[in-house]
Design a protein around this ligand. Sequence first.
Ligand code: ATP
Length: 536
Amino acid sequence: MDGAEQQQEGGEQKLSKKQLNKLAKQQKKQEAKEAASAAQGQQQEQGGDEEDVSAGKYGAYGLIQSGEVKDIKFTELKDIDESMHGQDIWVRGRIHAIRAKGKTCFIVLRSGVYTLQIGVFVTEKVSKAMLKFVSAVSRESIVDIQGTVQKVDAPVESCTQKTVEVHAFELWVVSAAKGQLPLQIEDAMRRAPTEEELANDKENKLATVNLDTRLDNRVLDLRTITSQGIFAVQDGVGYHFRRLLRQRGFREIHTPKIISAASEGGANVFTVSYFKGSAYLAQSPQLYKQIAIAGDFGKVFTIGAVFRAEDSNTHRHMTEFVGLDLEMAFKFHYHEVMLTIGEVLIGIFKSLQAEFADEIAAVNQQYPAEPFKFVEPALVLKFADAIALLRENGVEIGDEDDLSTPQEKFLGKLVRDKYKTDFYILDKFPLAVRPFYTMPDPHNPKYSNSYDMFMRGEEILSGAQRIHDPDFLTERAKHHGIDIGKIQAYIDSFRYGCSPHAGGGIGLERVTMLFLGIHNIRLCSLFPRDPKRLTP
Ligand code: ATP
C-alpha cells in the first residue's frame, strides 16, 4: 500500500487517487508561486534592479514528487565537528529556533537528538534578499542548507555540536510548517523548573507543557530531543533482546492476540465482538509460548502487544503495552532459565550504555537521573531475605504477603545502598501470590519456583517454572477456581510429554522508563493507551 492509500484509509474523507494527485499538483503550484513572489518581493524592496547575488540559491523546492534525482551528499548533524573546518557541506534538518537581527540570522537546526548552529550573514556571497527570505522561514520547517563549517572560539552552549557552526550560503525549504504550532518544541522538552527558578522567571522563559497537551499533540512531542532519545533507546532494548536471545538459540514466534479464553484466569481482559459471538484480547502470550515448548520449540521469544483491562491510573500501567516474552526448556533446574534472563538483561543494559550515550544524555537534560547501575552476574536475592531486609529497616510485612509498590521501591533503595545495583532478581515468591500454573517449591510448599526482576526498585519482569504435568496443573487450576473447560486445550497440550520449562514476561516501556529514570510510562509509549486515553 503506498503513502497516498494509507493516508486515504486513515483519513476521515476518502479521496480517490486522481483527486489526491490533483491536490498534490495544486499544492506544488501554490508553493512554487509563493516562493517566486517572496523572492521577487525581496528583490523589489532591495532596490528593484539591484542584482541578487544569491539568486537561485534560496527558495522553496515545491512539492517533492520524486520527479528528479539530485546528486547532493548530505552530512549528518552528529558527524559535524571541528575536523571539518573550512569544508562546504549540505545538511537537512528542522528549524528548531531562528533569530534575525540586522544583517545576521542565527538558526538552530535539529535532527534527531542533535542540534547545530547555522549563521546567515549578508556578505558578497549572501544577499539581503536571501537573508530576508531565510529570516521568515517558520520554526519546524524542514530545510536544506549548504554552508561552510567554521570552528568557533566559544562553545555553542545551546547546541549539541558545540565546537562549530555552519555559515550558510544556500537554503531551500523542503516542507514548510504552516500555521501556529499548538506547542513549542523547546517548551515541551524543558526540564521542570525548580520553585526558585520559577520565582525568578519574570519573562516566563521557563514555560513547560503539561503531559496531556504533549500527548494530545504527540506528532510534535515526538520531535523533541527527549522523545527522540527515549525511542532510540527503546529500539535498542528490542533489538538487543532479539539479538541476545537468538545468540542463545531462541526462536522468535508470533502468538494470537484474539483469543477465546482469558490466559490468566478471567479478570482484566477486554472483550471484543467476534462475528456472532465474542472473544478476548490476549493479556499475555503465556499459554501459547508454553504450547510452543510442548511443541518442541525448545527456546522461544515473542515481542508484541499485550492488553490489560485494568482501571489502573498509575505512572507505570497502561491498558496496552509491548511484552517482551520468553520461554525456555531446561534440563533440571529453573535457575538455568532465570540466570539466562538475567544475563540477557545485563547484555541489554551494557549495549544501551555503549551505543546510546548521546540519547541518554539528551533525555537526562529534561529528566535528570543517576546513570543506571548494575553488577555482573546479576544479584539474586531470596524473597524471604528481602522480607528480612525490609523488616530490619522498620517495615511491617508478613512472610507470605506480596510486596506493595512503596515496599518494592523502598527495597530497591535498600538493595542499591547495600549491593550497589539498580538491577536485581528476587527469587522464590510465596506460592499464594502467583498464577495457577506456577511450580511450587519442592522444599517448602508455601513458596514457589518463581521470580521477579527489578530496575530502580520497580518490577520489570515476572517469571517462573511452569507446571508441565497436566494432572497437577488441573489440580492447581481448580484450587484457583478456574473453569477447567476453558483452558482444556492448554492443559491437554502437556499430556503427550513436555520438557520442564520456565520463562518470563517483560514490559518494554517499563524497561525503557526505568533504564532512563523517567517518571511516567506514557512518555515511553509512542501512542499510550490508558483508561482515560485512546487517542491519538
Ligand atoms: P504489576 O504488578 O506492576 O501490575 P504484573 O504483576 O501485573 O505487574 P505481569 O502480568 O507479570 O505484571 O507482567 C509482566 C511485566 O509486564 C511486568 O513486570 C511489567 O514490566 C509489564 N507490565 C505488566 N502490566 C503492565 C501494564 N499495565 N502496563 C505496562 N507494563 C505492564
